[in-house]
Write a protein that binds this ligand. Structure first.
Ligand SMILES: NC(=O)c1ccc[n+]([C@@H]2O[C@H](COP(=O)([O-])OP(=O)(O)OC[C@H]3O[C@@H](n4cnc5c(N)ncnc54)[C@H](OP(=O)(O)O)[C@@H]3O)[C@@H](O)[C@H]2O)c1
Length: 250
């Protein structure tokens, strides 16, 4: 029987593309908060929709206890820009950490004890280029993604002997609703057209173009098939860059 994979943030953007790429090889739980969007993706790829807010620890415990999940693709996340020193800076840090960091690693913490007993498991964290570098006006988002990378590096080394693989994907700008929201903000604050704003973000990617969600999905599949753990892969809008090779699972 195919292994069961849980994709958080699976109702749209990168997560939905990952569900499409994984569907031939895995049974899928497609998780998120928006029931209608989950249902649409689930029907399209033949997955089971699962309402799960990753900041809800009780619901996360229930999901981990009730399903024999062998792979976790932690895609749920959000980013909101704001200056250092803003009145809501600490609240913003807390909410970014709660979703992007704790929300992702809580599921790992819940799944690892069973994986240690049953011969292994696999995790792909959808981090960001903001896990590798800092950028103006996204300190809370970057902090949450740096935290994810730090956790993943340590967990990968600790868990390799249990055949538990922890991989980290770091995409630059991807063509999803999250980037569309950034485009809308640029238009609002600068008066640029949508095309100009999109082009300005594409230019910031080292490859000079936006990454497609499908490219992120294919990289996820590649990392799931890897015989190594702790691999850090940077997606730039061109050939991907292996920033850290990780170590062998054997
Ligand atoms: N777009 C980019 O340029 C880019 C670049 C690098 C990394 N990333 C990362 O890639 C991941 C996916 O982003 P995306 O671009 O696909 O953005 P998106 O279209 O806005 O999707 C984000 C997903 O996260 C889910 N989500 C947010 N908060 C959640 C919560 N508390 N519990 C459960 N699900 C939650 C949303 O689902 P619901 O609304 O249904 O809950 C949504 O499906 C994020 O972690 C993001 O940081 C994105």
């Amino acid at each position: 029987m195919k292994e069961l994979a849980l994709v958080t943030g699976g109702g749209g953007g990168i997560g939905a593309a990952i569900c499409r790429a994984l569907a031939p090889e895995y049974r899928l739980l497609v998780a998120g908060r928006n029931a209608a969007r989950l249902q649409a993706v689930a029907e399209e790829v033949g997955a089971t929709p699962l309402e799960l807010d990753v900041t809800d620890s009780r619901r996360s415990q229930k999901v981990a206890a009730e399903h024999d999940i062998r792979c976790l693709i932690a895609g749920a996340g959000f980013g909101r820009s704001g200056p250092v020193g803003a009145a809501d800076a600490i609240a913003s840090l807390r909410s970014h950490l709660e979703t992007n960091f704790i929300g992702a690693v809580r599921l790992v913490e819940l799944l690892v004890p069973r994986w240690k007993e049953s011969g292994g498991g696999r995790v792909v964290f959808i981090a960001s280029s903001a896990a590798l570098d800092g950028y103006p006006y996204v300190s809370a988002y970057a902090a949450s993604k740096h935290a994810l990378l730090g956790y993943a590096r340590s967990a990968a080394k600790e868990l390799a002997r249990h055949r538990i693989a922890i991989q980290i994907l770091c995409p630059h700008y991807v063509d999803t609703p999250m980037t569309a929201a950034s485009v809308a903000r640029i238009c609002e604050t600068t008066g640029r057209t949508e095309a100009e704003a999109r082009a300005s973000l594409a230019q910031k990617n080292p490859g000079g173009r936006l990454i497609t969600p499908r490219e992120v999905a294919e990289a996820t599949l590649e990392l799931l098939r890897s015989p190594r753990t702790g691999v850090v892969l940077e997606l730039v809008g061109g050939d991907s860059i292996e920033r850290e090779p990780g170590l062998s699972l054997d």
